[in-house]
Structure formats: structure tokens, C-alpha cells
Design a protein around this ligand. Structure first.
Ligand SMILES: Nc1nc2c(ncn2[C@@H]2O[C@H](COP(=O)(O)OP(=O)(O)OP(=O)(O)O)[C@@H](O)[C@H]2O)c(=O)[nH]1
Ligand SMILES: [Mg+2]
Length: 408
């Protein structure tokens, strides 16, 4: 799990501070004061007996255009690749793979099954077959350019192997798709991304309205929390009335701390306070949920840039991951969205949601190829466990074979 995230760096300092934050006498429900920005912290136990904390920050007047920058020393950075792919070949996890295959059922039905029907019914490779393949790939949302490249690779394979067996085409298409996905992972390894040696790892989720940002952030919070990290959720969506409570529900489900201000506050101010709080309390991971915005709304994109700037001023290097959440059911428009978000805020990772609800799962391959940005997560349902760490072999395996995708 979370193979792209380097392992925890426990220090005596971290342990003692985290413990004192979680296990202080304040468990009794007493109100505590933690600093100038925080008015109160209500601490409660959830159903599983874990201690949880909802931090309600004071609603200040309108935030300054650019909150003052406190002198901070630049944290030393680990230059080792953050998002390294697993070095060893993972064991086959047949149950999990078939579950993914089931969740990708709509794409499998309309793409893989059709592909098989087409190829198994053919005796030889001819022009008409290539035309049918082209239609199939485009229908699965692979996009025109990607489709042409895949077909070229298939033609070359046929030529190279000097065969007339249409089943060779299946392998060629499958391999080319896998190649796109693994290449994006490789690009990320070479990118200058680093987890800070000291201080929290900050992820900011961005994307258009309703794509699944809050849900995804909530699910990621649980992943980190279950892996033993201390997590702070930050509700920087102050635009939509229900956004804060939606995030709090996710937080409460797993005893995860949520920091929020009143609706209508400046999101940059929320983030500014949250960064200070996260550093003071020594959180391992900070997850920032932002308001949905159309990539075409210039002023809202500017607001997003400002949130990012403020974050970086308070905590140099943050955010360490700008996670663009894309709704897989939106098809080719997702690519246009991704390009503009990437240009505006430097997207470093992708989460593709609602793959369970689309027959056009080819978008995963196309978006990864067009953007050169790796996919970190895929959403295959609305439940907590329905967010999966993305693994290119696993995805292609589930799509084509209902298995692991590794031809061993
Ligand atoms: N089927 C399915 N539904 C999902 C998935 N991810 C999110 N959703 C649903 O999508 C809807 C919108 O999710 P939100 O997390 O509120 O989306 P958002 O991007 O935060 O929305 P805004 O903040 O309004 O921009 C909710 O009903 C989620 O349950 C997924 O992987 N599969
Ligand atoms: Mg939201």
C-alpha cells in the first residue's frame, strides 16, 4: 500500500509530540487552547475507541492578501525518489485483482470482450480488422492520437513476427497500453520531487466540481492513518456550504483530525493556519481539500495558485504533491482539464475516480500518456475501501485478463 510514499521516519521527537497531542489530559473533553489561531479543540472518542479531534479555528476578518511570511529555515530535502516503483515483483494477489476486474466490468464488457470477439472471429489480419480496432479504441476513450500509436505498434508487431494470427494484436495492444502507464511512473521517478526530511508531507487535491476530491481526500486520509501516520485534514473548500461538514464526516469515521474555518473564509487563510498547526503538532501528512472549480474560470484558478503560494511560503517545498482528481466518466474533457490545471499549479499526480461507472476506462491510459503525470489512485466505488493505489500491471491485468497482468 502507498508504494509511492517513502516509509515513515520515526524520531523520538515525533513520537513524543504525537503522543502528547493525542493522549493529553484533554481526552476528557476539556477545551484546550493551542495557539493564537486555534480557539478550541473538541476531542472525542469514536466508535472504535480511538481518540479523534475536530479543530475549529477562529474566524478571523478577511485574510490578508498574502499572509505575512514567517522566517523559516529551508528544510533539508531527501533527494531520493519519492514515488519509486516497487523494486520487487509483487506477489500475485488474485482476489484483489479479480475484484478490480469486477469493478472495471463496464469497460471490460464494452472494450475487452468486444476486442476478444473481434479477434477470435478473425482468420487473418486485414485492413477492415484495423478499422474495427480503431473504432473500438476510440470508443473506449483512448483518444485519436493514442489510438493511432497503439495501432502502429500493433502493425509493427505483426510485421516483426511475420504472422497472420489476429491474436498477436491483442498482446500488442495490451503491451502498448502498459508501456504508456509505466512510462509515466518512470517520468515521475526522475522528477525533482522530494519528501521533506522534517515536517509534514503535504498533498493538495484540486479539480473541477463534483469529480470526487473530498471523497478521495477522505479515503487517502484513512490509508495514511491505517499505515500509522498522523494525518491532518484541512477543509480549504470554504465556498460550498456543506463542504466542511462533508470532510468532518470522513474525519470522524476514522478518528482523523480535521481543521476548518467558517464557510466563506479565505481558503488561503485556512491553509496558512493549517500549515502552522501541522508543523507545531508534528503531523506526518497534511491533506488539503480545495473547492471545485472549472478550469476555464480564470479567477478561481488564480485563487488556487494563491493557495499554493501561501502554503509554500509558510512551509517551503509544500505542497509536495498536487493531486489532480479527474472523473473518469467525463471522457476526453478530462484531458483538457488536466492540461490547464497542470499549467496553473503544476500537477504531480492524478486520481481517476468513478471508474466503476464508466465503459470508457481507456481514459486512464490516454490521460497518463498525454500528461506524462503518473496516476496515484483510482476510485472504483463510493466506499472507504474503493480507492486503490494505482498499479499499472494490476490495472492492465484486470482489464485484459481479470488477473495480475504480469505474464509470469
Ligand atoms: N461510483 C463512484 N462514485 C464516486 C467515486 N468517487 C467519488 N464518488 C462520488 O462522487 C460524488 C462527488 O464526490 P465529492 O467528493 O463530493 O466531489 P468533490 O470533487 O469534492 O465535489 P466539489 O467539492 O463539489 O467540487 C459523491 O457522490 C461521491 O460519493 C468513485 O470512485 N466511484
Ligand atoms: Mg469537495
Amino acid at each position: 500500500m502507498l508504494s509511492w510514499f517513502r516509509k515513515k521516519r520515526p524520531t523520538a521527537e515525533t513520537t513524543s509530540q504525537t503522543e502528547s497531542a493525542d493522549l493529553s489530559p484533554d481526552q476528557t473533553g476539556q477545551e484546550i487552547v493551542t495557539g493564537p489561531e486555534i480557539v478550541s479543540e473538541t476531542i472525542f472518542e469514536n466508535a472504535t475507541g480511538e481518540i479523534s479531534e475536530t479543530v475549529v479555528a477562529e474566524t478571523t476578518d478577511a485574510a490578508p492578501e498574502e499572509p505575512p511570511v514567517e522566517p523559516l529555515t529551508e528544510p533539508s530535502l531527501e533527494r531520493a525518489p519519492l514515488f519509486a516503483a516497487p523494486k520487487t515483483k509483487p506477489a500475485r494477489k488474485t482476489g484483489l485483482f479479480s475484484r478490480l476486474a469486477e469493478r472495471l466490468g463496464r469497460t471490460r464488457e464494452s472494450f475487452t470482450n468486444q476486442l476478444d470477439d473481434l479477434l477470435y472471429g478473425q482468420k487473418e489480419i486485414d485492413r477492415e480488422l484495423f478499422e474495427q480496432l480503431e473504432e473500438l479504441l476510440i470508443t473506449a476513450d483512448l483518444g485519436y492520437a493514442t489510438t493511432q500509436e497503439i495501432l502502429d505498434a500493433a502493425r509493427q508487431r505483426v510485421k516483426h513476427q511475420d504472422t497472420d494470427n489476429p491474436r498477436v494484436l491483442r498482446d500488442a495492444i495490451r503491451d502498448k497500453m502498459l508501456d504508456y502507464l509505466t512510462r509515466a511512473e518512470q517520468d515521475a521517478q526522475n522528477a525533482d520531487l522530494a519528501r521533506p526530511k522534517d515536517g509534514p508531507f503535504v498533498i493538495m487535491a484540486v479539480g473541477v466540481n463534483g469529480v470526487g476530491k473530498t471523497t478521495t481526500i477522505g479515503k487517502i486520509a484513512h490509508k495514511f492513518s491505517n499505515a500509522g501516520y498522523s494525518v491532518l485534514l484541512v477543509a480549504a473548500d470554504t465556498f460550498r456550504a456543506a463542504a466542511v461538514s462533508q470532510l468532518k464526516i470522513w474525519g470522524e469515521r476514522g478518528g482523523i483530525h480535521v481543521m476548518a474555518k467558517d464557510d466563506g473564509s479565505d481558503p488561503s487563510a485556512v491553509v496558512f493556519d493549517a500549515m502552522a498547526h501541522a508543523v507545531a503538532k508534528n503531523y506526518d501528512v497534511v491533506l488539503v481539500d480545495t473547492a471545485g472549480r472549472l478550469h476555464t474560470q480564470q479567477h478561481l484558478m488564480e485563487e488556487l495558485k494563491k493557495i499554493k503560494r501561501v502554503m509554500g511560503k509558510k512551509m517551503p517545498g509544500a505542497p509536495h504533491e498536487v493531486l489532480l482528481v479527474l472523473d473518469a466518466t467525463t471522457g476526453q474533457n478530462a484531458i483538457a482539464q488536466a492540461r490547464i490545471f497542470k499549467e496553473a499549479v503544476g500537477v504531480t499526480g492524478l486520481a481517476l475516480t468513478k471508474l466503476d461507472g464508466t465503459a470508457k476506462g481507456g481514459i486512464v491510459i490516454n490521460v497518463s500518456k498525454e500528461l506524462g503525470v503518473p496516476i496515484r489512485f483510482i476510485g472504483v466505488g463510493e466506499q472507504l475501501t474503493d480507492l486503490r493505489d494505482f498499479d499499472a500491471h494490476e490495472f492492465i491485468g484486470a482489464l485484459f485478463d481479470g488477473g495480475s497482468g504480469r505474464q509470469s
